[in-house]
Each structure stands twice: as C-alpha cells, then as structure tokens.
Design a protein around this ligand. Sequence first.
Ligand SMILES: Nc1ncnc2c1ncn2[C@@H]1O[C@H](COP(=O)(O)OP(=O)(O)OP(=O)(O)O)[C@@H](O)[C@H]1O
Ligand SMILES: [Mg+2]
Length: 329
Amino acid sequence: MTGSFTIGLSALIEYEAKPASQSPKSKKVAAVTECVTPDQWRVTPEFSLSAPSQLLSLRDLSVAFNAGKAGEHRVLNQVSLDIAPGEVVGLVGESGSGKTVLSHTILGLLPRNGNVTSGSIEFGGRNLLQLPESSLRKIRGKEIAMIFQDPQASLNPVYPVGRQMEWILKLHRGIVAAEAKAEVLSLFESVKLRDPERCIRAYPHELSGGMCQRVMIAMALAGRPRLLIADEPTSALDVSVAVEIVKLLSRLSKELGLSILIITHDLNVAARLSDRLAVFDQGRAVEVLPSKHFLSRAQHPSSRILIEASQFLGSASNLDQADKPAPLV
Ligand SMILES: Nc1ncnc2c1ncn2[C@@H]1O[C@H](COP(=O)(O)OP(=O)(O)OP(=O)(O)O)[C@@H](O)[C@H]1O
Ligand SMILES: [Mg+2]
C-alpha cells in the first residue's frame, strides 16, 4: 500500500495506480480471477496449486431468523467467501445487508432465533458449524478475535483497562502476575498507545475513543489470533483518529501475518486496508474483487452505488484532513 492516505476517492485511485508487482501480497491477489458474481468468483486452478490453503472458507452459507407468526426471515443467502492467511478482506454493503449477522455466524454467536439453514464455515480445516460450544469457546477470542464499532461500550466501565487485559491473558494464554503486566505493556506499545503505564491504570471513561479502540485491538491481539473480525471499527471515531486506526490494522496485518475481515459502510476505509473487497447486498456477496481493480471493474449495481457514494462523500466533505499529522489518540 502507498504511504499517504487521503480519505475519499483518492484511496481507491491509489490502488488503481499501484503496480501489482510492488509486494508479494499484491501478486497473490492479482492471481485471483476477477469475476464479478459470487457464483463466478472462483480461484483459478493455477492459483489453487500455488496458493496457501485458506484460513477461512465460507461455502453456500445461509442464515434465517425465526420471525414468529411472520415466518422465517432469510438474512444470509448462500454466501461463499475465502480469506487466506495474512489476507485482508473488506466487507462492504448497505445497512441491513447482513454484514454483522455474517460475523456473528462465523463466531457462533447467533441469537436463539437465528439458524444456519445451509452451508459450511471452515476455519483452519475445521467446520465450525460442527464443533460443540466448548470447542467454539476456545476458538472465539483466541483464534478468531473481534473488535466492535463502539470501543468504549465494549469495555467494562468499572475496571481499569490493564486489569481487563490481564483477564484476557490469563484466559487465553495462562499468563499471570508480573509476566501479565509486562505483556500488557508490550501489547499496548504494539498498538502505539501513548503513555501505556498510565493507560494500564485508566478506566475506559478516562480514555478517548481512539485510545479505547487501541485497547480493544490490543485485547484482540492478546490471544494471538489468526483472524481478526473488525465490525465498523472506525465508524464511531472522528476521521483523523479513524485513519490512525486503519493504519494500525494495516501494519498489524503485515507484521503479524494476521488475516482481517473488515466490515464497514465506508468503501474508502475498506479499499485502503483490504486486498479484496466483497460487496454485500440483501444477504448475498454479490461481487468480490481485488481492491486495486474495484473502481474500474466493479459491475454490480450495489458496487456502483457504493462507489458513487464514496465519490460524493469524498468531494462533498472536508475529509482530506486525514493527511494531517497524527492526532493524540
Ligand atoms: N436477532 C434478530 N432477529 C431478527 N432479525 C435480525 C436479528 N438480527 C439481525 N436481524 C436482521 O438481519 C438483517 C441484517 O442485519 P445486520 O445487522 O447483519 O445488517 P448490517 O449489514 O450489519 O447493517 P449495518 O451496516 O447497519 O450494521 C437485518 O434485516 C436485521 O433486521
Ligand atoms: Mg452491522
């Protein structure tokens, strides 16, 4: 990815301009066929031979909610999507299209009235849909971590964030006492939290939204996950802070070889961060393309609407603040 970042259409244009040979990652992505519908989107036989096996494979995944007398409300409709080790996939789509339900389904967190009606979720070679809750609990938070839209609400308000980090380290890695404190410090430093010693003692309300999101990312990393699902991780943050969080996720993906599924309304955030973009519409992945070709090759009407909206927002608002120096987050 290029060094500068301007929220707006330029984020997409930068992708278009980048030669595919710049990084091994982009070579890998360029090898994927650039078909435009989920049914057509398949890995070429040539690519299959050399590609690492997928970390996450969703196949024909359908989910419905029981809506009482109104019957069954189908929310996901035969979704197929892969995420390779170290790959970042952006999931974009209008509100209500099923993005959050998809993430909850992967984590086995559907509410009681939600059911998987068909398909499979393979993660690291295991079909998560066939695992008992006790096994899922070991995967959730540890192998697959999640960060949410509202970081402040996701943290427990009555305990210092350092203490909450220590619980996670004990739960997922059995680390306690002095070793835990050192690991918390190291994780806080890895997410570039300023004054990590103070942050350890701070309560969530004493930290800014950006700082809380960094704490949430540190918590997500504490279990050394292989996949991070980020559901609207920047939408509760102001633009300049959001840019810093996007940069942080991008760096962590590269440094740790972390796969990320980033869910967002914001095509520019997704394009900036992802190797591939999947467009969701009414519970279907209607188009999956390498991010760098998205602007020129996206054909589905939902994709074009997203592109037009991002162009409008990019020009209509003063979002180029994003290139200004890093804020105190
Ligand atoms: N517990 C539930 N019971 C019934 N329907 C639900 C439930 N949870 C979600 N839905 C429905 O599933 C659909 C998809 O919702 P979802 O929250 O996944 O959308 P989304 O794409 O994440 O939207 P947003 O961008 O606004 O977050 C919506 O029609 C929603 O009403
Ligand atoms: Mg959602």
